[in-house]
Ligand binder design. Structure first.
Ligand SMILES: NC(=O)c1ccc[n+]([C@@H]2O[C@H](COP(=O)([O-])OP(=O)(O)OC[C@H]3O[C@@H](n4cnc5c(N)ncnc54)[C@H](O)[C@@H]3O)[C@@H](O)[C@H]2O)c1
Length: 342
């Protein structure tokens, strides 16, 4: 018995994240045909068509959109192309899953939101931490009031940098294609996590710096956050120069702490605390593998969103909110001022 393919999906930008998450995700679903991809680097096409022989490659994404009658498109190109390509996909009647950052200016983000509304098609931003076991469990713990109202969040996302190793091309270090460094790449995930778990963010101060790599964008960044009701603070550290160390986040509340160490597990700390002392903490490991999910479930979630089975939370407004905070961080680093968000 053959299953009917209800959706034709296409991917714009056929590099690392497309090949790791989007393409295998579409290909694995019974009701989706991974019909086409577009990437100007024609040399990359063969490795993809070898793996997905029924999929057609294009060097021009506009030609793909006009030829293929697609229902859903993933935008996985370098950051500066996201807005133009997402808007063209909406104009072709597609739902759009766009990689982060959704755009590089707020004007572009607004144009994407307007194009999505006009086409009456979904816009989802690939904030994959929201689909990952540790953050999901943490969201539930907060909803269940397990640590009281959180007053502090710390996020650290860092690794050795996108290339050599991960990326199929060197655009991450070219400001004309990336519009930003580690802050735009990893900070945007951290910002969204803060917005989702504790937000919204009210003001931002930041320092960005190129500390180690010989590149034109920042390889490290620090952000300080103040949340909307001014009863919670946060700080974010991101880097592209990190040897192994802590990666994850910590949230502190009056009745306990949640430590989500992406390598070691998700831990809830409760117990008694006395003035000036830590008292008698009780550590409970809730999940030894908190990075399960994420990329592996994102495309299933996306199709469920299109079909109305799952609620769209990582939407265009979430993408815009994260972009606004990231742009404020760049401005703060440049001017030395704390920036209040609109
Ligand atoms: N959600 C996540 O966790 C995650 C992880 C990694 C990357 N990303 C995002 O995915 C996007 C791509 O990153 P990557 O790591 O796959 O980079 P990559 O260098 O591996 O791939 C980028 C691809 O885009 C192609 N490209 C260049 N110009 C293009 C254009 N005008 N139109 C279409 N394609 C074009 C390149 O040829 C290359 O194949 C970035 O926005 C990045 O921030 C997200």
């Amino acid at each position: 018995m053959t299953t009917e393919k209800r959706y034709r999906a296409g991917v714009i930008g056929a590099g690392a994240i497309a090949q790791t998450c989007h393409m295998p995700g579409y290909d694995a679903l019974d009701n989706v045909e991974f019909a086409a991809f577009a990437d100007p680097a024609e040399a990359r096409h063969k490795e993809i068509t070898d793996r997905y022989p029924n999929t057609r490659g294009y060097t021009d994404y506009k030609e793909m959109l006009s030829e293929e009658a697609l229902d859903a498109v993933s935008v996985c190109s370098p950051n500066v192309f996201h807005a133009e390509q997402a808007i063209a996909a909406f104009e072709a009647g597609c739902h759009v899953l766009c990689e982060k950052p959704m755009a590089v200016t707020l004007e572009e983000a607004d144009a994407m939101l307007a194009a999505s509304a006009k086409a009456n098609r979904n816009l989802m931003i690939a904030f994959t931490n929201r689909l990952t076991g540790g953050p999901l469990a943490c969201k539930q713990l907060l909803q269940d009031n397990c640590i009281g109202k959180p007053f502090m969040i710390r996020v650290r996302f860092a690794h050795g940098g996108p290339s050599p190793g991960w990326a199929k091309s060197h655009w991450f270090y070219n400001p004309e294609l990336s519009a930003g460094g580690a802050l735009f790449d990893m900070g945007i995930h951290a910002i969204d996590l803060c917005n989702w778990l504790i937000g919204p963010i009210h003001s931002v101060s930041a320092l960005t710096a190129t500390l180690i790599k010989d590149i034109e964008v920042e390889d490290n960044a620090l952000m300080q956050l103040e949340f909307k009701d001014k009863k919670a603070l946060g700080y974010i550290e991101v880097g592209w120069t990190s040897r192994p160390g802590f990666v994850g986040f910590e949230i502190y509340g009056p009745e306990g702490s949640i430590i989500c160490d992406y390598d070691r597990g998700l831990t809830l700390c409760s117990g008694t605390v006395t003035a000036g002392q830590d008292g008698e903490p009780e550590w409970t490991t809730l999940d030894r593998n908190p990075t399960k999910g994420g990329w592996d479930v994102q495309i299933t979630h996306w199709i469920d969103v299109i079909e109305g089975r799952e609620k769209l939370t990582m939407d265009g407004q979430a993408g815009r909110a994260a972009l606004e905070a990231a742009l404020a961080a760049y401005e703060s680093s440049k001017t030395g001022q704390r920036i209040t968000l609109a």
